[in-house]
Design a binder for this molecule. Structure first.
Ligand SMILES: [Zn+2]
Length: 274
């Protein structure tokens, strides 16, 4: 269709004005947003979360006494079928009364059976449905609330898997949890961290120096170091008692500049500060 430009000049003018002056202003605002990063409380350079997966006896017997001796708090991701939780529920309840966090790690620890040959067919995420996964997570939340009385919960992806039948369930758990822990490198900026897909390092037999260097990297970047431990002091995906204590000693002696807290507390801070 032919349009007489002179006839539409006055109509075009506000549009031109918008493109020339208002749009650059809008993009400038966005650029400032993107550049602004999170300010940690006080003098803290970085945050550290110590998380422990699968609800093991060594968490109660080795990890918690070490944490308590340095007055540091940890997050413990328990499955509903954890033997330790079944046999020693009072011990688990007691650590939450002392400020440690118990997080949701599903009921049955389903994982992708293609990646791991130990996954039982009934707990293979490839054959789960979205509704089944959501129901399992909600039931685990109810179960854990009966243990510690907490109404809010964080989650750790089992095997860091986040798909059922090749479909991501990350979005479907956003309203179930304050935050969720995945796997990945130290973030370059806090703006890029999805609180429901937070990166962590799944350690396997690290030295104390390696653990400390990971924290130093977060300090340098001003972001966050999240550790994913399993066995402490012997077992699968182990960290030795000595390496674990070396890390805790470093965190304690630098507690003026490093904020070590539960995943729940750190993620809540990020959420309210953004
Ligand atoms: Zn696990």
């Amino acid at each position: 269709m032919y349009i007489n430009s002179s006839k539409y000049f006055f109509l075009m003018k506000p549009i031109t004005f918008f493109i020339l002056f208002l749009l650059p202003g809008v993009s400038l605002l966005n650029a400032q947003d993107a550049g602004s990063d999170l300010k940690w409380p006080g003098e803290y350079q970085a945050a550290v979360c110590l998380t422990y997966d699968d609800g093991l006896d060594c968490h109660i017997d080795v990890a918690v006494p070490a944490l308590d001796s340095y007055d540091l708090k940890g997050t413990f991701y328990c499955t509903g079928f954890s033997n330790s939780l079944r046999n020693r529920m009072e011990d688990w309840r007691a650590i939450t009364e002392n400020g440690h966090e118990i997080g949701n790690h599903t009921l049955f620890h389903p994982c992708d059976g293609e990646r791991f040959d130990w996954v039982k067919p009934e707990y293979d995420l490839r054959t789960y449905t979205m509704a089944q996964m959501r129901d399992e997570l909600m039931t685990a939340n109810t179960f854990l609330a009966a243990v510690d009385g907490m109404k809010e919960r964080t989650f750790a992806y089992t095997c860091s898997d986040f798909e059922v039948n090749n479909i991501s369930f990350v979005d479907s758990l956003r309203n179930l949890f304050v935050a969720a822990r995945s796997q990945g490198p130290i973030p370059e900026s806090m703006d890029m961290v999805d609180l429901h897909f937070a990166p962590s390092w799944g350690v396997v037999d690290p030295t104390g120096a390696e653990l400390i260097n990971y924290v130093k990297e977060a300090q340098k970047k001003g972001t966050i170091a999240i550790f994913m431990f399993h066995s402490v002091g012997g077992g699968y995906l182990n960290v030795s008692e000595e390496s674990h204590r070396e890390l805790l000693a470093y965190l304690k002696s630098n507690s003026d500049v490093i904020w070590t807290d539960t995943f729940m507390n750190v993620m809540k801070y990020i959420k309210t500060t953004r």
